[in-house]
Write a protein that binds this ligand. Sequence first.
Ligand code: 5AD
Ligand code: SF4
Length: 434
Amino acid sequence: MNYHIVTYGCQMNLHESEKIAGILKEKGYTEQSSMEEADIIVFNTCCIRENAENHAFGNIGALKRLKREKKDLLIAVGGCMVQEEGKANLLKEKFPFIDILFGTHDLPGFGALIDAARARKKTVISISDERRETEDGISPVRTSYPNAWVNITYGCNNFCSYCIVPYVRGRERSRNADRILNEVAALIKDGYKEITLLGQNVDSYRGEDGTTFPQLLDRVASLEGDFRVRFMTSHPKDFTEDLVAVMKKHRKICKHLHLPVQSGNDRILRLMNRRYTREKYLADLAALRREIPDCEVTTDLIVAFPTETEEEFRDTLSLVEEADFSSAFMFIYSPRKGTRAAEMEGRIPEEVAKDRIARLIALVNSKTREKSAKYVGKTVEILCEDFDEKKNMYLGRDEYGRMGYFRSERNRIGEFVNLKITEANGISLYGEAE
Ligand code: 5AD
Ligand code: SF4
């Protein structure tokens, strides 16, 4: 019996798909790269923006043919979109051939849902409201060697006014610190070279024993072994000197902070319910760079939030100039039903939004190129993570997240490699391995 999983969205979802794979493996299924040959197809969906949903809808629709040809095929759809109010019913109506619909809180029971779906010929729906505990019992099938994702928190309590995450992932829950440490130690022993600590807002981590995020990070980075640590995502309102001190203390912690700012204008930040100002954000970056001068910062930016004026948008452009980001993820605001911003007046017309995003992308990209160009002639350490068939080159990332490509006769995946950089192209570097 074979399984095939299609994943949309963030790293949290990618890691959750590894857990879904763990459950399937336990039930005797093996991974299958072709959908046609799978006995169960799982869609792990995302709903952060409308286009993520449209993608999933289109691709789920295309499964009808497979289901017609193969009566025993099971189709399961889970994740954030299914958890959204009213969406499960809509999916069921539109795609009656779906066998299992499961929400974000129903992952631990996925195995039982498969049994139920095999036993009866009706769609099995499991969408729970809330879950207090975490998913400690599931062993994931990891697919991202030499990186391993490790959850530290689930859910989010921040309620940024545009964001649907708190509604579909529920209240924030932190995992037990010792369990996290044990998991990381075992991964390092198994040869993983990069640990990424995952949470919607890692800074608000609170262990049962009161452990804070900087303390947890300190303990993780103090473990023996040849590895590095990343974490995401941080929230500017929770930025602390303690975090900077721990980052500075450990060579093993990547000198990279992903700190989503969203907008450079205080009125928009207030409407977004972000709870910091432009001035505070820039002051925190300055403090960070005073302590760790080589630290690089990346961010997320939203344009065309309801009522955003041209002048306010320009504040985002000027913030990009001032903040000196290495790169950024940039989005057009997408109204999400049930969020506060979706009720706001003053939607920005599509042409204006498109114009703003294009100008922002052009600016960020030119900054990214400028920064990358400085690496030519320097030596950069990357962790080799994959082989690119098209380029016929190995690739990996430096601690800042920049991609580095190089040629090699032998497989270097899982090794730290020093690259002498000969060329820079956008966020990617090309070099020769020492
Ligand atoms: N519209 C556009 N972008 C959004 N994000 C979250 N919600 C929305 C939305 N409704 C972006 C934010 C966040 C990133 C993960 O996705 O920038 O940091
Ligand atoms: Fe969404 Fe804000 Fe929570 Fe991030 S911190 S998941 S943007 S509500």
